[in-house]
Design a binder for this molecule. Structure first.
Ligand SMILES: [Zn+2]
Length: 441
């Protein structure tokens, strides 16, 4: 080997070593970065190795019971055992959450992951932005949502397939974020052919649903409402056409509806959930109970808008509408709870709410749910509404290992869930700031 060749080989060796060091450093930074500059102990992607979690308090969400000294065993993506005093096989790594309360990853049944404030902290100019910019903000929102303890969301309405593509990127492990059930474009009354008769409209609705399914939508979102004569903009029959078409491939239909006639048409048409439902009357509530239609009352949202008025460009009519919603939604939710309507938690997360999704739980408690029932609405009930009841929403054997922890006791104080410090999704620890937490809680 000539001297020149030797020098060349040494140079290549040094270059490769530098690349390796750089790659390892980048990997380390990526793995360790969590929001607010906090550095947590973040585990590598799950392997088939067993992992044990030692819980201080453990909330069994199905019963609302708190159990002390529970052990959870996780293998790969799944929970393999849960129990008090469970033996930890020798050599198993243990995550010590004995100073915290442990519960399943939360589920938000109504988000708008693409909605965001612009660089000036303002919402409204997004019509001019590129798809790439919107996608960048959506990724940030997804990350913030996950780090807030929401390991699953249902996104109801996004343009440009941004939510569907984000879902796929999260599933492929390219970006951090919650598991997503995504609707893509929502159906608006303006999407209907002008002046069309009933038969044409129904055919158009069916074709519209098929188009969303071809694009990869998991769920269908419809904006129902009323016209000037207080009649629903989509009839019961038209909602049923969408429901039947979606059901052919096992998909469900979520309907935005505030006014009583709109709610009734959607419920009679067979939708799975009413989103908002603010101005329901007794008959509408009765129908929801009879059809076992979920109500996602999105109670916090009007307060969020009104508290950040200077950041949103709405006209006075819209602001008045939000004031009406704010005045009516808590009393309405109380009536729905009393009537036995199935309540599911969804925040309607828009710009400024991503990462603060648990504010909705506080509002559900204001409306009369106990903290245990509010947590049930954001775990067991939401999993059922999303069709994921055998995978998420409970910490039990066979479910995906979506596990969160907070200091303090959320059954005493629901706002504790606004301070999630440990997040595991699919068996992977994505956030853990509990190590720095003081002892005792
Ligand atoms: Zn919404």
């Amino acid at each position: 080997m000539s001297e020149e060749q030797t020098v060349q080989r040494i140079s290549i060796f040094i270059l490769l070593t530098l690349c390796l060091v750089l790659a390892l450093t980048v990997a380390q930074i990526t793995r360790r970065s969590v929001p607010n500059g906090a550095v947590g102990l973040v585990s590598p992607p799950p392997t088939s190795k067993l992992l044990a979690i030692r819980c201080g308090r453990f909330i069994e969400v199905s019963t609302g019971q708190e159990i002390v000294e529970t052990i959870i065993l996780v293998q790969g993506k799944k929970i393999v055992a849960v129990g008090g005093g469970l033996a930890i096989p020798p050599g198993t790594p243990v995550i010590d959450l004995s100073e915290a309360t442990v519960l399943p990853g939360l589920i938000d049944a109504h988000t708008h992951i693409t909605y965001h404030f612009d660089a000036n902290g303002h919402f409204g100019g997004s019509a001019l932005e590129t798809r790439a910019t919107a996608a960048k903000y959506a990724r940030e929102n997804a990350r913030d949502t996950l780090y807030a303890g929401y390991t699953t969301i249902r996104n109801l309405g996004a343009s440009g397939l941004i939510d569907i593509n984000l879902r796929d990127d999260i599933n492929a492990g390219k970006v951090p974020g919650p598991r997503m059930i995504a609707s893509g474009e929502p159906l608006l009354s303006e999407d209907m052919p002008a002046g069309a008769d009933k038969t044409v409209r129904i055919a158009a609705i069916r074709e519209w649903v098929r188009a969303r399914i071809r694009e990869g939508a998991d769920v269908i979102k419809i904006f129902e409402g009323v016209d000037a004569a207080n009649n629903p903009v989509f009839s019961e029959e038209e909602i049923r056409a969408a429901v039947d078409e979606a059901a052919l491939s096992g998909r469900r239909v979520a309907v935005h509806a505030h006014e009583a006639p709109a709610i009734k048409a959607a419920v009679r048409g067979g939708c799975t959930s009413i989103e908002h439902g603010t101005f329901a009357d007794d008959e509408a509530r009765r129908l929801m109970v009879q059809h076992h239609t979920a109500l996602v009352p999105t109670l916090f949202l009007p307060t969020h808008y009104l508290e950040h008025k200077n950041q949103f460009d709405f006209d006075e009519g819209t602001w008045q509408f939000f004031r009406d919603l704010q005045a009516r939604n808590i009393p309405n939710a109380r009536l729905a709870i009393r009537a036995g309507v199935w309540i599911v938690s969804g925040s309607d997360a828009v710009a400024g709410v991503h990462g603060h999704n648990a504010r909705e739980l506080e509002w559900l408690v204001k409306a009369g749910l106990t903290p245990a029932r509010a947590i049930h609405a954001a775990t067991v009930d939401a999993a059922k509404l999303l069709g994921l009841q055998d995978q998420v929403g409970e910490i039990k054997k066979g479910n995906l290992a979506d596990i969160i922890a907070v200091p303090g006791d959320p059954l005493q104080d629901i706002t504790r869930l606004q301070n999630v410090q440990f997040v595991m999704k699919d068996g992977q620890v994505v956030k853990n700031t509990l190590v720095a937490a003081p002892k005792g809680f």
